[in-house]
Design a protein around this ligand. Structure first.
Ligand SMILES: CC(C)(COP(=O)(O)OP(=O)(O)OC[C@H]1O[C@@H](n2cnc3c(N)ncnc32)[C@H](O)[C@@H]1OP(=O)(O)O)[C@@H](O)C(=O)NCCC(=O)NCCS
Length: 176
């Protein structure tokens, strides 16, 4: 997995040395807004971190000014697009760093990576109607609202949400 670079951020593979920052990220109940189950102990976080290290397409988001891992962004296959080569993204940021434009910066970088390096036909993301911040990040990064699937998302705790789907096509990307 290659490293990706933005003005303030480095996107790179996770490493075991990131465990303290990763645990801080994953034990905060704020991660539930994005659908993740908060980890209950360091051991839980370590197991998740090991699986992230082994999985292609899960980037740690590193704040260059201090070297801290403040979140992650994942890019993985979107298998609901038939003939199109499509990928989907999702992301989580440490709550202490929200509303500084960091995730918009990371998502914008991932959009370029998806089209220019991976050569996808389409990049998508889904969120919930309640997740104002995530919807804002997607719109600011050039995603276009596609549709809402009623009751389309079941969270780990079985709570059901509508699923709001956004995407960018290759054509839209190169038109910009
Ligand atoms: C969603 C998330 C990644 C956003 O990260 P972030 O770095 O704070 O995002 P940005 O700062 O780039 O943008 C957030 C935008 O939402 C806006 N926003 C936040 N709360 C808002 C609200 N209640 N109403 C309107 N806008 C809101 C902010 O003003 C900001 O827009 P601006 O830059 O135009 O001011 C972060 O909140 C998070 O990790 N949430 C939990 C996980 C999650 O929801 N992941 C997405 C799964 S779909």
């Amino acid at each position: 997995m290659k490293n990706l670079d933005t003005k303030r951020l480095l996107l790179r593979q996770w490493s075991i040395e990131d465990i303290e920052d990763f645990h801080e990220l994953m034990c905060n109940p704020a991660c539930m807004i994005g659908g993740w189950k908060p980890s209950s102990c360091r051991e839980d976080s370590l197991n998740i971190l090991k699986s992230y290290i082994e999985t292609d397409g899960i980037f740690a988001i590193i704040l260059k000014e201090c070297g801290k891992a403040i979140g992650f962004i994942k890019i993985y296959p979107d298998n609901n697009r038939g003939k199109y080569y499509a990928k989907m993204i999702n992301y989580l940021l440490n709550e202490n760093f929200w509303n500084n434009g960091y995730m918009t910066e990371a998502v914008t970088c991932m959009v370029s990576y998806a089209f220019e390096d991976l050569n996808v036909d389409l990049l998508s993301a889904f969120t919930t109607p309640q997740n104002t911040s995530s919807k804002s990040v997607l719109k600011k990064s050039g995603f276009i609202y596609e549709l809402t699937i009623e009751n389309g998302f079941k969270r780990y705790d079985n709570e059901i949400f509508d699923s709001v789907i956004y995407s960018i096509s290759k054509e839209d990307y190169y038109k910009k």
